[in-house]
Design a protein around this ligand. Structure first.
Ligand SMILES: *Cc1c(COP(=O)(O)O)cnc(C)c1O
Length: 217
């Protein structure tokens, strides 16, 4: 597949859902991809990218940001508290706020740096023990806690369990967001982004369908 094909499919999904054109933003997930592939997508004019590791992102994005105007990068992977300072400095959004200790650290750091990425709270809708995210039953209280700390929470993020129908998880995420007055929904990946758009995704995170398979070798 290609960037153009994915963009076209997102537009189609927006249209089918009766949503305004461009209401679902495409985050091109560039983690692990060779720089040449990322550069090719930048050359095509795309400017919004996702990375799941702070250190890996620090290794490539400062240079790309110099070369290409208007680049935005979002952190979509787990954030350790000892990386908060670097994450606040580098990223335009953080999708993985998921625990009080991290929230407090972020609140302190955005004060110190006088700048702040947009933030999403990750919800573990499948209640999988190995997965990050606040469980649905704790979501309302945690959203309030983050707001009380002054964090700029703009939405929720989910990674559904691999063996379950993703749409159920997208719908649950939307329900939690709606009752908390949050507009942002970061949901949908290469295999299910159209279903996510149908259910209201404002940010889809698509990697392999744009860049090709990741080679971890
Ligand atoms: C890697 C990753 C993606 C992209 O996955 P693809 O299946 O390659 O589209 C999306 N979201 C998160 C959180 C990821 O870590």
């Amino acid at each position: 597949m290609s960037l153009t094909e994915i963009t076209t499919r997102i537009l189609k999904a927006e249209e089918l859902a009766g949503r305004p054109k461009g209401s679902a933003q495409l985050i091109a997930v560039s983690k692990v991809q060779p720089n040449a592939r990322v550069e090719a997508v930048l050359e095509q004019g795309h400017r919004l990218f996702g990375e799941n590791k702070v250190q890996e992102a620090e290794g490539k994005w400062p240079d790309f940001k110099q070369q290409f105007e208007g680049v935005k990068i979002h952190l979509i992977g787990p954030l350790q508290t000892n990386k908060v300072k670097n994450a606040v400095a580098l990223f335009d959004a953080i999708h993985t706020v998921d625990r009080p200790k991290l929230a407090r650290k972020l609140a302190t750091e955005i004060q110190t740096q006088g700048k702040s990425p947009d933030m999403f709270i990750q919800v573990n809708t499948g209640e999988e023990p190995q997965k990050a995210g606040v469980i649905p039953a704790d979501a309302d209280a945690f959203i309030k806690e983050c707001r009380d700390l002054g964090l700029p929470i703009i939405g929720l993020m989910v990674i559904p369990p691999v063996d379950e129908e993703a749409s159920l998880h997208f719908a649950l995420l939307r329900k939690i967001a709606q009752r908390n007055g949050l507009d942002g929904l970061s949901m949908g990946m290469s295999s299910d982004f159209e279903r996510a758009v149908a259910l209201g995704a404002t940010h889809v995170r698509v990697g392999s369908a744009i860049f090709g398979a990741r080679d971890y070798g």
